[in-house]
Write a protein that binds this ligand. Structure first.
Ligand code: R5P
Length: 292
């Protein structure tokens, strides 16, 4: 207990000075709880408002994907360049040094794999998410698929659990074999995620109508990268997505399957955080790829 004798009287009350307000920088999240905002401010850079998330959770349904055979060799060196990592708890515990101190978007649903029908998923235990200090809980939501209801229930339960502990929920819109990645579908799926409690949404970029997809989603959208493309094309669509309102990328294969992944993730950062053009970012990639 503090000493009671000879203490300095409190007299600096700042009378007349209004209390400074701190509006929150992410769309639709002004009324989120403090812990949730703290975690979101670790995932998204408050200066640019955007994030570069590095996704390497593919193995949970696809097994040893190209580029992820030895995650300790390919992913661990990339972590320092990401704002947030998106992975399973298995990968986290195996190859992510806790000293990297990066916010984790934890893959929080699991179930069927590429060998059967995808998306029949269950949830992990919230205690394990807390144990690994998850900054977000990532849930697959398969609108229009056979398992649509299962995945929406998973999203709802996760958003409830996340709200209880101040952990944001990332609704990941799945794209099945028979679903088209057009603005109508992506807009529907993203909006359904947000309406059911997703704190932010991960979806795909589409050439036409992406601006409307973003506008109609009341919370931030980050885009997945999708299949590996030539570096200039990946930088171009990342640029277009940011210009049209995306709050960042959650990119996997276009980074870790690049011939020069460390150069590529830095080029993506230039587009996402510094609003550099795809040409500038490609020049940066070509410069950095020669560096050891
Ligand atoms: C998809 O199910 C996984 O969650 C990936 O995290 C996501 O697809 C992003 O990775 P990529 O950029 O390789 O599409």
């Amino acid at each position: 207990m503090a000493e009671l004798d000879n203490t300095k009287d409190a007299n600096d009350y700042g009378i007349g000075i209004p209390v400074k307000q701190h509006p929150f920088f992410l769309k639709g999240l002004e009324h989120a709880e403090w812990g949730m905002k703290d975690r979101l401010s670790r995932i998204f850079n408050p200066l640019s408002g955007n994030t570069v998330m590095l996704a390497f959770d593919h193995g949970y349904i696809m097994g040893p994907t190209s580029g992820l055979e030895r995650m300790d060799l390919t992913i661990t060196p990339l972590i320092e360049y990401a704002d947030c990592i998106m992975c399973t708890r298995g990968a986290l515990r195996s190859i992510v040094p806790p000293t990297s101190n990066k916010p984790v978007s934890l893959r929080y649903s699991a179930g069927t794999t590429v060998l059967t029908e995808l998306n029949d998923e269950c949830l992990l235990d919230i205690e394990d998410a807390i144990r690994v200090n998850a900054s977000a809980l990532a849930i697959m939501v398969a609108i229009g698929s056979e398992f649509e209801a299962v995945t929406i229930k998973n999203l709802v339960r996760t958003a409830d659990m996340g709200a209880k502990y101040g952990i944001p929920t990332l609704g990941v819109t799945a794209v099945g074999k028979d679903l088209v990645r057009d603005s109508r579908y992506l807009g529907l799926a993203s909006r359904i995620c947000a309406e059911n409690g997703a704190t932010f949404v991960k979806t795909y970029f589409c050439e036409t109508g992406f601006e409307q997809v973003v506008a109609a989603c009341p919370v931030p959208i980050v885009i997945a990268g999708g299949k590996k493309l030539p570096e200039n094309e990946a930088l171009e669509f990342a640029y277009q997505a940011i210009q049209q309102g995306a709050a960042g990328v959650d990119m996997g294969r276009n980074v870790f399957q690049s011939e020069h992944p460390i150069a590529m993730i830095q080029a993506v950062r230039a587009v996402v955080h510094d609003k550099r053009t795809p040409k500038d970012a490609l020049d940066l990639y070509n410069t950095l790829k020669h560096q050891k």
